[in-house]
Design a protein. Structure first.
Length: 254
């Protein structure tokens, strides 16, 4: 197996997906988007993020779960970047996130690291670092917590609740899906093996197959993904608002 190439002075523009760029341009033109970002920025600071992270999650480092830290440090070296703080969160769900406004914080769940191989974990870490490198963090936070923001911030203080009727939600969530394509490219650069990314999506789809684990087949999963070219219509968009993450569809996009 060839050694991974270190990508010196890499710019997010070199792996930005065209769909991500176009969707972000459309999002920035959407009425009310600036007010929504201002509303979040007034409540979300790096200090709050650090307090939550330090109080609730386990900070990973050379002396704290060093095996996980070494995987992370290797990804950061490959992407030629200084490692942002990494935290391990107790949660049986397989998940990871990037948060922070001007300083990144990367979080992975216990469910994720329990289920994935070392290389698959690195693909996820590269994916999350890609979000940060591409400047997705603040917008992704808005997309992830949109309903809560509109309920507790927009309608009460900023008058942006009616924006739900103006296309902001669907435009934001469409961009959020497109942003995943850019982050996936960063994940691919981190491990430099496309099958690893596909296996991550497969495991996100089934979680744990228990005693049938040995019978899960990547080729069959990819055949299923090819059948998953979903035509985006009004009802699909509505359902996407409720549940954005479809790993089989995502594997098709990869």
């Amino acid at each position: 197996m060839e050694a991974k190439k270190r990508l010196t002075k890499i710019s997010s523009q070199s792996f930005e997906h065209e769909a991500d760029r176009k969707a972000l341009e459309a999002l920035k033109k959407t009425v009310g988007f600036d007010r929504l970002i201002q509303a979040l920025a007034s409540l979300t600071t790096d200090k709050i993020v650090r307090v939550v992270a330090q109080s609730e999650w386990l900070r990973i480092g050379p002396k704290q779960v060093p095996s996980l830290w070494n995987l992370y440090a290797d990804v950061c070296e490959t992407l030629d970047m200084k490692p942002p703080p990494l935290y391990l969160k107790t949660d049986p769900k397989m998940n990871a996130m990037t948060t922070g406004a001007s300083e990144a914080v990367i979080v992975v769940t216990s469910g994720l690291v329990d289920r994935l191989t070392d290389k698959e974990i690195q693909a996820v870490l590269g994916h999350e670092l890609g979000h940060w490198m591409a400047g997705h963090s603040l917008y992704q936070t808005v997309a992830s917590h949109l309903s809560l923001i509109l309920e507790h911030v927009g309608q009460l203080a900023f008058g942006i609740g009616p924006l739900l009727k103006m296309g902001l939600v669907s435009t934001l969530l469409h961009w959020s899906r497109c942003a995943e394509l850019t982050a996936d490219r960063a994940g691919l650069l981190a491990v430099q093996d496309v099958d690893t990314l596909l296996k991550v999506q497969m495991k996100l789809a089934y979680g744990s197959a228990g005693r049938f684990e040995g019978e899960v087949d990547l080729a069959a999963f990819l055949e299923q993904a090819k059948e998953c070219a979903i035509e985006e219509d009004r009802w699909t968009a509505i359902y996407r608002t409720i549940d954005q993450w479809w790993p089989v569809q995502h594997a098709f996009d990869i």
